[in-house]
Ligand binder design. Structure first.
Ligand SMILES: Cc1cc2nc3c(=O)[nH]c(=O)nc-3n(C[C@H](O)[C@H](O)[C@H](O)COP(=O)(O)OP(=O)(O)OC[C@H]3O[C@@H](n4cnc5c(N)ncnc54)[C@H](O)[C@@H]3O)c2cc1C
Length: 472
């Protein structure tokens, strides 16, 4: 630690107790590397405030002394967003101790949760009141409310509920100069200029620290059913989704994956089983729900809507979960994809991209062909949230492999994929954010956007206290 960092840590401990800072190297180590293991930083301490007042004091002091802070929740960022810089110039500001659910209001259908509340704990807490928070994703056992807001996370329920931004009703946060912003009053209408809440959503910790949020809740599901479909192509999957959407508004999830990804899960994740008897080129997982007992049960709804699509050959085969355990087993396959691919396929460049929904099947096909033509021997494919026009498009080293493939060729592959996405009117970051991973690419492909983001950053954080080196 530099002398300035040490004196900040000493002052924070003196004011807020020993627990407010961790300096033991072994305790810090697990939080220095990102989830994918691609970025490794250094930090002499993890500051861990227990209240908004403490966060404000820490940010204020850090600003006065020119010490940068890296806000961190569950450290599940896919883009190195929560990893400190390599030179040790920043301290980590962990929100994990701020993990209280302040209130649940079933009448207003709102929950007020601190930034460090883990998504799964939030699900469980509101479920006890017979309501639910719908956003969910694979890392729900680790990721936090603050991280979800700061990355405007998506997940598997966006089709019906939108991303995190649409589920936030108010934010409490600390701005880079230590000012506390409180947006938790629950006002339905508030037009006092540009929304500060909205500035903090998706800002990746570069414009301030989210300390708590008021989030929208929805009636608990009465029941759900999950269908697993065998399909010939992403286009067949999209055509299926369009038919389902024209018949019902009760489809909550629609995810696709190629057969090789299913096989990766089956070989890597203990206890998983192939949902269908035969092989299919593509698979889709479809979730239908019922909010009450008065509507057609989801399994019957799916059976009724899918039968004609099987008959006409659009769907090759399908099975519908007959129990909650089976529905969970189908989702477990989907949720294990990232982990299984990482363990099974070796080096790959990963691209979290979006294009207009109807253009996605063609994009997947053409982009895969173009990448494989330009880099003979690689294999390109995608999986994910087809219904949102968001695919995780991965290019695997294949025959071009070797330990240094990522370093040697990865950037060129990524540039090609991003050029194709941009030409298709899409986004190089659909839901994971920019972090350190996509910073240069954002600047290359969206210079006007970066200019505006930098102007906002400069005016709110002129001393670059918050998350240096990320986003812009
Ligand atoms: C297996 C797996 C599956 C995933 N699936 C999805 C998916 O389907 N959709 C999706 O969108 N993402 C997905 N992610 C990515 C990740 O879970 C999200 O980005 C998540 O929102 C990060 O939350 P976190 O608490 O771990 O934040 P961290 O990783 O700790 O931080 C993420 C970013 O937010 C900032 N930050 C964190 N907390 C705060 C705070 N309180 N105030 C200000 N800034 C803060 C950090 O500085 C960093 O820039 C997945 C990740 C994994 C590992």
């Amino acid at each position: 630690m530099t002398p300035a960092q040490q004196s900040l840590v000493d002052e924070i401990r003196a004011r807020f107790g020993e627990r407010a800072a961790i300096t033991d190297a072994a305790d810090i180590e697990p939080w220095l590397t990102d989830w994918r293991g691609r970025w490794h930083g250094r930090a002499g301490a993890i500051l861990q405030p227990s209240s908004t007042r403490e966060v404000a004091a820490i940010v204020g002091l850090a600003g006065e002394r020119g010490i940068a802070l890296v806000p961190q929740g569950g450290n599940t960022s896919m883009v190195g967003g929560a990893t400190p810089p390599e030179d040790g110039s920043a301290l980590i500001l962990s929100l994990r101790r701020m993990n209280r659910i302040r209130s649940i209001d079933p009448a207003a259908m709102r929950v007020e949760a601190e930034a460090g509340v883990i998504l799964q704990s939030l699900h469980e807490a509101v479920a006890a009141d017979g309501i639910r928070f719908p956003l969910t994703l694979g890392a729900r056992g680790s990721e936090t409310v603050g991280g979800l807001i700061s990355t405007n996370a998506g997940g598997t329920q966006v089709l019906r509920f939108g991303p995190m931004r649409t589920l936030v009703d108010g934010i409490e946060g600390v701005l880079p100069d230590g000012t506390i912003h409180s947006g938790l009053s629950g006002l339905k209408k508030d037009n006092r200029g540009t929304s500060i809440d909205q500035l903090l959503i998706g800002a990746e910790g570069t414009l301030g620290v989210v300390t708590a949020a008021r989030l929208k809740l929805f009636p608990a599901l009465h029941s759900r059913a999950v269908a697993w479909l065998g399909l010939g192509s992403p286009q067949a999957a999209l055509d299926t989704l369009r038919v389902l959407e024209s018949e019902t508004d009760r489809i909550e999830g629609f995810e696709i994956l190629p057969d090789e990804s299913l096989k990766a899960v089956l070989s890597h994740v203990a206890g998983t089983r192939a949902p269908l008897g035969e092989d299919h080129g593509w698979h889709a997982l479809v979730e239908a729900v019922a909010d009450s007992s008065k509507v057609e049960p989801p399994a019957e709804l799916l059976a009724r809507l899918l039968a004609p699509l099987i008959e006409c050959g659009l769907i090759e085969d399908a099975t519908i979960s007959s129990s909650e355990a089976q529905a969970e087993a189908f989702w477990r396959i989907r949720d294990s994809l990232s982990e299984a691919e990482r363990a099974t396929f070796g080096p790959a460049t990963q691209h979290d991209i979006s294009v207009p929904v109807d253009a996605m099947p063609r994009f997947m096909d053409e982009a895969a062909r173009e990448v494989e033509r330009s880099f003979p021997g690689v294999h390109a494919s995608g999986f994910g949230h087809l219904g949102d026009g968001n695919i995780h498009f991965h290019v695997r080293a294949g025959e071009r492999g070797g330990p240094d493939w990522l370093r040697r060729e990865g950037p060129a592959v990524t540039r090609l994929v991003h050029d194709l996405v941009t030409a298709a009117g899409g986004s190089i970051s659909a839901e994971h954010g920019i972090g350190v991973m996509k910073k240069e690419e954002l600047e290359r492909l969206s210079p006007d956007r970066v200019r505006i983001l930098r102007a906002i950053k400069r005016s709110l954080d002129p001393k670059t206290v918050m998350n240096p080196g990320k986003l812009v």
